[in-house]
Ligand binder design. Sequence first.
Ligand SMILES: *[C@@H]1O[C@H](CO)[C@@H](O)[C@H](O)[C@H]1NC(C)=O
Ligand SMILES: *[C@@H]1O[C@H](CO)[C@@H](O)[C@H](O)[C@H]1NC(C)=O
Ligand SMILES: *[C@@H]1O[C@H](CO)[C@@H](O)[C@H](O)[C@H]1NC(C)=O
Ligand SMILES: *[C@@H]1O[C@H](CO)[C@@H](O)[C@H](O)[C@H]1NC(C)=O
Ligand SMILES: *[C@@H]1O[C@H](CO)[C@@H](O)[C@H](O)[C@H]1NC(C)=O
Length: 285
Amino acid sequence: MRFLVVSTLLVFGFSFIKTEVVNSFSTCSDFFLNGQPPVIPGILKNSVSQDNNRYKLICQKYQNAYKFATLYDTQKKIPVFSAYRYTGSYKGRPHIPWMIEPQLETYGDAMREPCVNQAFPGDYWAQKSTLRRNLTRGHFFPNCHAADRITAESTFTLTNTAPQYDSFNKGSWNKTEITVRTTMNSHCRNKSDNISAYVLTGAVPSKANLLNKRVNIPSSMWTVFCCYNSKTSTWESQAHWADNKDEQNEEKTINATSVTELQMFMKKTYGSAPTLFHGVDCTKI
Ligand SMILES: *[C@@H]1O[C@H](CO)[C@@H](O)[C@H](O)[C@H]1NC(C)=O
Ligand SMILES: *[C@@H]1O[C@H](CO)[C@@H](O)[C@H](O)[C@H]1NC(C)=O
Ligand SMILES: *[C@@H]1O[C@H](CO)[C@@H](O)[C@H](O)[C@H]1NC(C)=O
Ligand SMILES: *[C@@H]1O[C@H](CO)[C@@H](O)[C@H](O)[C@H]1NC(C)=O
Ligand SMILES: *[C@@H]1O[C@H](CO)[C@@H](O)[C@H](O)[C@H]1NC(C)=O
C-alpha cells in the first residue's frame, strides 16, 4: 500500500489525504454554526445527503484532526460548499502536493487516473496550451483563512477546489477573501478577544462548461460568514458572490450583501431558497 502511494506520488505528483467520507455531518458539526449544517433543497437536510450516490459528505481530516467539512458533488466533481471556522490567519503558503480523497473512489480506482468521482491534478494539466494559464484550482476554504500551517496544508485537497479563471482567482475573488478576513478580524471577537466566525464558501455549477470534459467550471462562487460580535453584543454576517470569469484588465470589486440576498440568489439554482445558518439571526450586515 505504502509502495503504491509512494510510486503514485512519484509518477503523478499527488498524494492522498486520510480524511473521512461520512453519512452525517454530525461527525464534524463543530464547523457549523450551532452545529447545524445548511439546508440546501434536494441536496442536504438534517445533516445528511439527500442523494447519497451523488453528494458526499466529507469531514476533512488531516494529521488526525478534523479541519473543515465539504459537501462534494461527485457528478460535477466540485464542492457544493466547504464549511470552516475562522479563528485567525497564518502568514504563508505551504509547499505540499495536492491531495485527493481515496474514499470517494471504489477500491483500487484511487490508484488510477483519472479518478472517477473527483477532480485530479491531470484535469488541470490537460488544458490546451492556450488555455493553460486560465483555469486554476480555486480553494473554497482558502489558505489565507487558515489559522496555522497544518490547517493551511489541509486545504490543499482537490475536494476543496473548483476550476477558477486565474484572473478571477488572483483578482476580485482574492481581494474578497482578504477583505472578508479583515472584517472578521475586527468584527468577530469573542469575550476573551479571540476571533471566531463560521464561514461557508460554495459554488454554483455551470450548465455544461467543463474542464478536461469532466470537471464543472462553476458559473459563480459565493462566500458567507456569521459571527458573534461581543463588542456590540450582536450577531453579524456578510455575503459575497461573483461570476467566475476572466477579468483581465479590470479592477473588479465584489460588493458585500446580506445572507438573505445570497439565499435568494441561490434559489435560482436550487428551486427554493437554502437556509445557510440556523438558530441565530444572521441577517444583520
Ligand atoms: C485566457 O487568457 C488569455 C490571456 O492570458 C485570454 O486572451 C483568453 O481570452 C483567455 N481564455 C479564456 C477562455 O478565458
Ligand atoms: C491575494 O492578495 C494578497 C494581497 O494583495 C497577495 O499578497 C496574495 O499574493 C494574493 N494571492 C493570490 C493567490 O493572488
Ligand atoms: C473565544 O474563542 C476561542 C477561540 O475560538 C475559544 O477557545 C474560547 O473558548 C472562546 N471564549 C469565549 C469566552 O467564548
Ligand atoms: C485567544 O487569544 C489569546 C490572546 O490573543 C491567545 O493567546 C490564545 O491562544 C487564543 N486562544 C485560542 C484558542 O485561539
Ligand atoms: C458596489 O458598490 C459601489 C459603491 O457602493 C457602487 O457604486 C456599485 O454600483 C456597486 N456595484 C454593484 C455591482 O452593485
